[in-house]
Design a protein around this ligand. Structure first.
Ligand code: GAR
Length: 187
């Protein structure tokens, strides 16, 4: 059975969706790069947590520290559920095909550096798109690229703000992420 580590940087509602699904039995560890409410969610569910500070360790120090923790906990699959730090190229290369990310837009549109959280929804509205959604994908060489596993769409409606659109997308994320991770776990 796969031993999964879920990475969070914030509220962790996507982590909660995983905890509330059949994925839970495979979650061995929750990792954050800053103080995050997601860690409390994990602890409440009886899952081990590790907090490593991006601020103190820097980009390469953080990737090195994570690599060590992954080895200690014998992790073989990583799920990035609202995780905001970017890994070194070495780390990404080593985990290619074994690292899954959720992004709050229909990739390949509205991805890349700086495209996270409300920035994504602001860009979708500014581009006058008629639909948005979320994407679960394997992490490729860059930010927000790599093989798409599953996507879900939502409409953009008249009068949408980044907040209303984000809420509609997030609701779909909570359904899509467990479904996509389970499909990977089942091979
Ligand atoms: C989610 O919308 C996720 O797709 C997004 O951050 C939010 C985290 O929410 N991720 C990115 O923007 C990554 N580029 P959560 O902490 O409540 O799960």
């Amino acid at each position: 059975m796969s031993r999964l580590a879920v990475f969070v940087s914030g509220g962790g509602s996507n982590l909660q969706a995983l905890i509330d699904s059949d994925v839970k039995n495979s979650i061995a560890l929750v990792v954050s790069d800053r103080p995050a409410f997601g860690l409390e969610r994990a602890q409440k569910a009886g899952i081990e947590t590790v907090e490593l500070s991006r601020k103190e360790l820097g980009k390469s120090g953080l990737s090195e520290a994570i690599e060590k923790v992954m080895a200690e906990h014998k992790i073989d699959l990583i799920v990035l559920a609202g995780y905001l730090s970017i890994f070194t190229e070495e780390f990404s290369a080593r985990w290619r095909g074994k690292m899954i990310n959720i992004h709050p837009a229909l990739l390949p549109k509205f991805g890349g550096k700086g495209m996270y959280g409300h920035h994504v929804h602001e860009a979708v509205l500014a581009a006058d798109e008629s639909e948005s959604g979320c994407t679960v994908h394997f992490l490729g060489e860059g930010v927000d690229n790599g093989e798409i596993i599953m996507q879900a769409k939502v409409p953009v409606v008249e009068g949408d703000t980044p907040e209303t659109l984000a809420a509609r997308v997030l609701e779909e994320e909570h359904k899509l992420l467990p479904k996509a991770v389970l499909s990977v776990l089942k091979g």
